[in-house]
Ligand binder design. Structure first.
Ligand code: ATP
Ligand code: MG
Length: 373
């Protein structure tokens, strides 16, 4: 069942096309993430759902209620959309205690005092802050303040939880914990959640489904495994995880097998291509962890190519070796600190070929103002 349904949403700010025909469905009780680089339209989408931006075109429905329809001129005010919203800046009131912050949305809705007190206790327990109701925001850590903002957004039992980079003020370790904690809370409460982030690890580890956005458009929607393992284009492949997009040319195709000549080399590499291939220029997409450094005895086997070791970095649980192959610099993830000067690389059994650099849209260079409502 769709709890949130966005159809053909368009929004321009002057000359900037912030959203271009965005269509997204968020299923009831699931966590959907909007992932993409700065300026791609994540916040504009979220704010439009909350009713804080008026789109130019399209429709938005929450449950079976249309809250926005450009053509029919329907625009339900934000306070009637039943959305709990948490922004990057938390926006909790410094002069109010934790309990008063959390109870404020209930007070606005004229909920009776006794009921208010119960509900405040309930949501503070939910975010594990039940002992801190009397404190003021300046007496809390960043992580605790962020949980107050979450508790406040949950206080009046919204249908939809909208979170715009809620962890961006936390340090890396705390972020990781906040991620697990929020995912657990979301599942326990069972609330449909739209989560905005530009952090791919966050998106992959927390979401039921991920919407990858690029320059105001939806580039791909899928499970974390789908967007990582079967990216729709070179942009998604490059943005979600890291990938080598090795430039070159397919010189021969035989069914699923193809011969790929890496730019700057002359000997073709025999690869199996996922989804078919055509003779002509292209980029071979291979993840660093999918390439193996093999022994000399394997040099003549399918999918191998010889390179030159350029540099290596220690990354804690593995090394990242950079290997020159023709004009390409290929990253390989390996447990090996030292490799031969001219290592033999073996590409994975099945590779993906992307068009030669046409689907790589320029990333917007305009910084986004961090507005608050
Ligand atoms: N109020 C505004 N006035 C003018 N342009 C805006 C406004 N809000 C957003 N934009 C522009 O619309 C585009 C999309 O912005 P949006 O805030 O949705 O991006 P985002 O994906 O949330 O980025 P970030 O990760 O930096 O928060 C950007 O080019 C941005 O500069
Ligand atoms: Mg944003």
């Amino acid at each position: 069942m769709a709890e949130l349904s966005i159809t053909s949403l368009g929004k321009s700010f002057g000359d900037v096309r912030a959203l271009d025909s965005v269509t997204i469905v968020a299923e009831e009780g699931k966590l959907l993430t909007l992932l993409g680089p700065s300026g791609c339209g994540k916040s504009t989408t979220l704010w439009s759902v909350a009713g804080l931006h008026t789109p130019d075109t399209g429709t938005i429905s929450i449950g079976d209620r249309v809250v926005y329809d450009a053509e029919r001129r329907v625009e339900v005010p934000p306070e009637d959309r039943q959305c709990g919203v948490v922004f990057q800046s938390y926006a909790i009131w410094p002069h109010m205690s934790v309990a008063d912050n959390v109870g404020y949305p209930l007070k606005l809705r004229k909920v009776a005092k006794a009921e208010r007190r119960n509900r405040i206790e309930e949501v503070l327990a939910l975010v594990e802050l039940d002992h801190l109701g009397g404190r003021y925001p300046h007496e809390l850590s960043g992580g605790q303040q962020q949980r107050v903002a979450l508790a406040r957004s949950l206080a009046y039992q919204p249908r939809l939880l909208l979170l715009d980079e809620p962890f961006s003020n936390l340090d890396a370790k705390l972020r990781e914990r906040a991620r697990d904690w929020l995912r657990d809370l979301q599942q326990r409460v069972g609330i449909t959640t739209v989560f905005v982030t530009h952090d791919q690890d966050e998106a992959l580890s927390m979401s039921d489904r991920v919407v990858v956005m690029n320059a105001g458009r939806v580039a791909q929607i899928g499970t974390p495994e789908e967007v990582y393992g079967d990216p729709a284009d070179g942009f998604v492949a490059d943005f979600v995880g890291s990938i080598n997009l090795v430039p070159g040319e397919i010189v021969r195709v035989d069914g699923d097998d193809a011969d790929f000549v890496v730019e700057g080399t002359s000997d073709p590499v025999r690869v199996r291509v996922d989804g078919g291939a055509r003779v002509g220029p292209g980029r071979l997409g291979v993840r660093p962890e999918a390439i193996a450094i093999v022994g000399e005895g394997d040099a003549d086997r399918l999918g191998t190519v010889r390179g030159i070791a350029l540099e290596h970095r220690f990354l804690g649980d593995h090394y990242r070796q950079t290997i020159g192959v023709g004009n390409a610099r290929v990253s390989v993830q390996t447990p090996l600190a030292s490799i031969p000067e001219h290592p033999v690389l073996r590409f994975p059994d099945v590779c993906k070929v992307f068009p030669a650099s046409t689907d790589q849209q320029p990333r917007p260079s305009v910084p986004t103002p961090q507005e608050t409502p």
